[in-house]
Design a protein around this ligand. Structure first.
Ligand SMILES: O=P(O)(O)OC[C@H]1O[C@H](OP(=O)(O)OP(=O)(O)O)[C@H](O)[C@@H]1O
Length: 375
């Protein structure tokens, strides 16, 4: 262990970050010379919503690279439903059993964040959504959080360790405003000194009423005002936003946008999307419930075999020509005009297809626009 309570990449990669029961049974299997060829599938038996967004595959592939296994999976950014296999691994059990903990950890967490981001992206309609929640999670996983949020459809992320290519967004902390004698001094300084690429979004709730500060910030050069108070206004927030909008308009600042943040939930986004112009979302994305994926044997030595509650046999998920989805045994003929969703990613340890973050995001956004059209 180093300076922080963090498990290093080497420990994860070598299978040392695992549940102890895998190590205990590995010794038993080895002593008995038992090592069957198995296929295991990743499925979620229940979801917090009717659909989720599959994410975390990139890390799983990097983890399994070099092992004598085959991996087939849906592409990252695929929308999936309960009981649909999103990934399958084939190989000799002892060769990869110890990685189950890390495989599920990668997928459960990233898919939970991506799913929450996608549901909020859908709820926000045309309003921009920014990921502000890396401070709600361990800093060691900030890149994962921001990548999953980006794939889920947010428009930008706040953490400077977000993977390259994700646009960064941020305004100013309350502490910055409080470093100056008055908020106006802080806003003027920001308007004067921040780089030309930085939007002049002024935080307007530090000392006075939001509508008073909003008009003053507009006078100091704000292009948008950030209201970070929904959490503390206990049900009056909509009236406050409308009042701020009114005051900005009557004072000649109808082009100044209203940016909302602070403890926002998906329900808040629905409630305020007609009066707020953009949303900064922290915990509702970063602290999303994980997807409860499990990794189960469905075939041993070519024979369908599964524990109670799981369907035996290797499966394929098809997107049908009519826009539906069906899960069938891999041995069954594909429905006419259907597209198979699980495709090869690793063959005997060699990566044959690598996820692309932006393609994954496009996949989500395209599905969300379909869902939005369906209403
Ligand atoms: O509330 P969440 O949705 O989880 O989003 C993260 C919050 O963190 C920041 O506020 P914070 O009060 O921590 O700091 P600040 O006042 O300096 O911005 C940011 O302004 C959001 O309000």
């Amino acid at each position: 262990m180093g300076r922080f309570q963090i498990v290093g990449e080497d420990a994860i990669r070598s299978g040392k970050c695992t549940d102890i029961y895998f190590e205990r049974v590995a010794g038993v299997l080895e002593a008995d010379d038992v090592n069957p060829h198995v296929t295991m599938e990743v499925t979620a038996a229940a979801l917090p919503d009717p659909w989720g967004v599959f994410c975390g595959l990139d890390d799983v592939i990097r983890l399994l690279e070099g092992l004598p296994v085959d991996v087939d999976a849906m592409p990252e950014g695929s929308v999936f439903s309960r009981n649909e296999p999103v990934l399958r691994i084939s190989g000799r059990y002892r060769d990869f059993a110890v990685y189950e903990t890390a495989i599920l950890g990668f997928l459960c967490h990233a898919s939970g964040v991506a799913s929450a981001a996608a549901h909020i992206r859908l709820a926000a309609r045309d309003r921009p959504v920014f990921s502000f929640g890396s401070r709600r999670q361990h800093p060691a996983i900030a890149a994962m959080i921001e990548r999953a949020a980006w794939i889920g459809g947010v428009d930008a992320a706040s953490n400077t360790c977000a993977p390259e290519g994700i646009p960064l967004a941020g305004t100013m902390p309350h502490a910055f405003v409080m470093c100056y004698p008055q908020p106006e001094d802080a806003w003027r300084a920001f308007a004067r000194e921040a780089g030309p690429e930085v939007p002049r979004i002024m935080l307007c709730d530090t000392l006075s009423d939001e509508k008073v500060e909003a008009v003053r910030a507009a006078e100091c050069g704000a292009t948008a005002v950030r209201l970070d108070t929904p959490r503390s206004r206990r049900g009056d927030m909509r009236a406050i936003i409308e009042e701020v909008r009114w005051e900005l308009d009557v004072h000649g600042y109808s082009d100044v946008k209203i940016f909302l943040s602070g403890g926002l939930s998906r329900e808040d986004v629905v409630a305020y999307r007609d009066v707020a112009d953009a949303f900064g979302i922290g915990g509702a994305i970063a602290n999303a419930p994980v997807i409860d994926f499990s990794l189960d044997i469905v075939e041993i030595e070519g024979r369908p075999y599964a524990k109670r509650g799981k369907r035996s046999g290797v499966k394929q998920v098809y997107a049908t020509a009519g826009g539906g989805r069906v899960t069938l045994p891999l041995t069954a003929p594909a429905p006419e005009g259907a597209t198979a969703l699980l495709s090869p990613h690793v063959r005997q340890g060699a990566i044959v297809a690598r996820p692309n973050m932006d393609d994954a995001r496009e996949r989500v956004l395209s599905r969300l626009s379909g869902l939005a059209r369906e209403g």
